[in-house]
Design a protein around this ligand. Structure first.
Ligand SMILES: Cc1ncc(C[n+]2csc(CCOP(=O)(O)OP(=O)(O)O)c2C)c(N)n1
Ligand SMILES: [Mg+2]
Length: 395
């Protein structure tokens, strides 16, 4: 077992993990109260993998993750109140209230998301590393993704280019044993995910992702190789999410005993105990860490609650539109005349009308859905539906 670092570092590791845990418990509660919208994927149980990794990154390094990244942002230094405001869809959120739970983003801290497409963050990580290379920066890009993501085409393409171009990138698979409800044995022919990039020239290792110190040591070495030798490597960290895949998961694919077994290895409890037994931290400090987390999360909820919603006028701000695609919605090529929304000068007014129509529709689920291309008539084949119950929604 790797040695503990000094007391200050231990305190900081414990404090970060406790803060993330408390934050996510509260996020789950706020979601049930419908304060947070969209989808919610909690990483409760995975804190050691997250914090162990970020604790050895430099400020200049990039981190890119998945849709389960509230903790990653907080671990990188994004204020919890800005993450909570993002979940609430408010202007003071990390992404201005536009991203929600799956798209937390903090450029200043080089946290590049928050990404909803499984495996979609991998090529972006290679791109970030390539940009560092071009600019002659020392920065390393750390790319974290799930076991399920290792099956995507992006995985192979990214590994190939990362190795071929000797990019300063480091990969970490958060193997929580499932991709949604499918276990690794059922979704991957090669179940040793640390070997999965070997054929592309990227060696890997397996580590205990519930042990913050083990993660920290292994990641530090991976980052060092990426920075100093331009040698990308991959780490497979075994971890576990105590909660369902998302808030909508009935969890029929696993037994309660399995969850309980992992909870007994809880990364925060075991680390706190180890620090106390080694005399590095006192019981009083452990309690202080918990109290501080409680206060910070309470303040985050108050802040998020007080933050306003983005104005309707700002609905079309910060959107990226490819130049060649005139207008902002699919154009019906069969009719040559300009379609509503294609003339840019009409945009502000058209955007406002649509936003108001959308808001009216959301408030009256039984009303016919307005037709954005017409004058508000119902669209054929798009009969109004009643919004599904949150519990039934799958992503
Ligand atoms: C390209 C793509 N396919 C499918 C989905 C639906 N989906 C969302 S999460 C998920 C499971 C991914 O599992 P894993 O990579 O192990 O990450 P975890 O959720 O366990 O953190 C799937 C299939 C998606 N978002 N993107
Ligand atoms: Mg998984």
């Amino acid at each position: 077992m790797a040695d503990l670092p000094d007391a200050g570092a231990c305190y900081e590791l414990l404090a970060r993990m406790a803060l993330i845990r408390r934050f996510e418990e509260e996020a789950g509660r706020q979601y049930q109260r419908a304060k947070a919208g969209g989808f919610l994927h909690l990483a409760i149980g995975e804190e050691a993998t997250i914090v162990g990794t970020t604790s050895v990154m430099r400020d200049e390094d990039y981190l890119i993750g998945t849709y389960r990244t509230h903790g990653h942002a907080i671990a990188r230094g994004t204020e919890p109140k800005r993450v909570m405001a993002e979940l609430f869809g408010r202007v003071d959120g990390a992404s201005g209230g536009r991203g929600g739970s799956m798209h937390i983003f903090d450029r200043e801290r080089r946290f590049m998301g928050g990404y909803g497409i499984v495996g979609g963050n991998l090529p972006i990580a290679a791109g970030l590393a390539l940009s560092s290379e071009y600019k002659g920066e020392d920065a390393v890009t750390v790319c974290m993704f799930g076991d399920g993501a290792s099956n995507t085409g992006n995985f192979g393409e990214t590994m190939n280019l990362a190795a071929l171009w000797q990019l300063p990138v480091f990969f970490l698979v958060e193997n929580n044993l499932y991709g949604m409800g499918t276990s690794v044995e059922r979704h991957s022919a090669q179940t040793d995910l640390s070997k999965k990039a070997e054929g592309y020239g990227i060696p890997g290792e397996r580590i205990d992702g519930m042990d913050v110190i083990a993660v920290r040591e292994a990641v530090a070495e991976g980052i060092r190789q990426a920075r100093e030798e331009r040698r990308p490597t991959i780490l497979e960290a075994f971890t576990y999410r105590y909660r369902g895949h998302s808030a909508a998961d009935p969890e029929v694919y696993r037994e309660r005993e399995e969850v309980e077994e992992w909870v007994r290895k809880d990364p925060i409890e075991t680390f706190a105990r180890r620090c106390v037994e080694a005399g590095v931290l006192g019981e009083r400090e452990v309690q202080e860490v918990r109290d501080k987390a409680e206060q910070q999360v309470k303040a985050a909820v108050e802040f998020a609650d007080a933050s306003p919603e983005p104005s309707l006028d700002s609905l079309y701000e910060s959107l990226y539109v490819v130049d060649s695609a005139a207008g902002w919605y699919a154009v019906d090529e069969r009719s040559p005349e300009p379609h509503r929304g294609e003339r840019e000068e009409e945009m502000p007014e058209a955007a406002r009308e649509l936003a108001e129509a959308g808001a009216a529709y959301a408030g009256q689920p039984a009303a016919p859905r307005p037709d954005p291309a017409g004058k508000g008539d119902p669209v054929e084949g798009m009969e109004p539906e009643v919004a599904p119950e949150r519990e039934e929604v799958e992503d």
